[in-house]
Design a protein around this ligand. Structure first.
Ligand SMILES: Nc1ncnc2c1ncn2[C@@H]1O[C@H](COP(=O)(O)OP(=O)(O)OP(=O)(O)O)[C@@H](O)[C@H]1O
Length: 255
């Protein structure tokens, strides 16, 4: 399923947040959104996910969700929001509870998603026993249990330390290699965007507009941090982003 925003504008109480944004998130690809603080990235994700309706323009879902999808659009947030009184398997089972599934079907989905995310050995662990990285792995597994057409990921790694972030990026690359999932991925971190994004949309400062869309053809599994082509893309994106961030900063401080 593809997601598309068509000439979308949005404001909160008279503050224009997004202006005339047209953007496509194609099926089977990871589309990253980067932009300065407050430029409307999370708002854009909510509009794509149908949590809010745009003031102008349209948010479209094109095509059908995968067979057996319980929730076509599923979020993964920065803070993992696991219930401390439920085990790993219990937290994953949570997203299945509102659906008309038998106990055996639920067990099968949980076992399947634990295996796909390499978490089978942790099924009975409690969240407090897990590192931040492991908790975010569980949150990703929980999102996958709903068999979403698209995962909407809002800075999923930014609460983690640098090494854990690296490991989870490896995980996401491996998972994408196996499943070709579709994601829209908001991040502040350009290295993350260049590592994980097939397309990277750079938004301007608020009101957010699309300044540039970079497409990266290098397969995810072949991306190396010192690859000159990727270093060049990252430098280009950083130039754009720095201009926008500096202007946004001047506006905030009133200089
Ligand atoms: N529900 C809301 N009501 C009022 N204002 C809001 C609401 N949600 C967001 N805003 C404002 O809209 C602007 C854009 O917010 P949004 O969270 O989409 O930006 P962002 O680019 O994701 O920010 P950040 O990079 O800091 O996470 C901000 O000025 C924010 O304060």
């Amino acid at each position: 399923m593809d997601l598309r925003l068509d000439a979308v504008s949005h404001a909160y109480g008279g503050v224009e947040v997004l202006r005339d944004v047209t953007l496509e998130a194609p099926a089977g690809r990871i589309t990253c959104l980067v932009g300065p603080s407050g430029c409307g990235k999370s708002t854009l994700l909510r509009l794509l996910g149908g949590l809010e309706r745009p003031d102008a323009g349209r948010a479209l879902m094109l095509g059908d969700p995968p067979a057996g999808s319980l929730n076509p659009l599923t979020y993964v947030f920065q803070h993992f929001a696991l219930l401390p009184w439920r085990t790993v398997a219990g937290n994953i089972r949570l997203v299945l509870e509102d659906h008309p599934l038998s106990r055996a079907e639920r067990d099968e989905i949980v076992a399947d998603v634990l295996a796909r995310t390499r978490l089978t050995d942790f099924a009975k662990a409690w969240p407090r026993q897990l590192s931040g990285g492991m908790r975010q792995r569980v949150a990703i597994a929980r999102a996958l249990a709903a068999r979403p057409a698209v995962m909407l990921m809002d800075e999923p790694l930014s609460a983690l330390d640098a090494q854990t972030r690296e490991l989870l990026m490896d995980d996401l690359v491996a998972l994408w290699g196996r499943e070709r999932f579709t994601a829209v991925y908001v991040t502040h971190n350009l290295a993350e965007a260049v590592r994980l994004g097939h397309r990277i949309a750079v938004l301007s400062r608020r009101p957010g507009q699309v300044r540039e869309i970079a497409e990266i053809d290098t397969p995810l599994e072949d991306r190396r941090p010192d690859d000159p082509a990727l270093v060049a893309v990252q430098a280009d994106l950083w130039r754009l982003l720095r201009e926008e961030a500096a202007d946004a900063d001047r506006e905030l401080t009133g200089a």
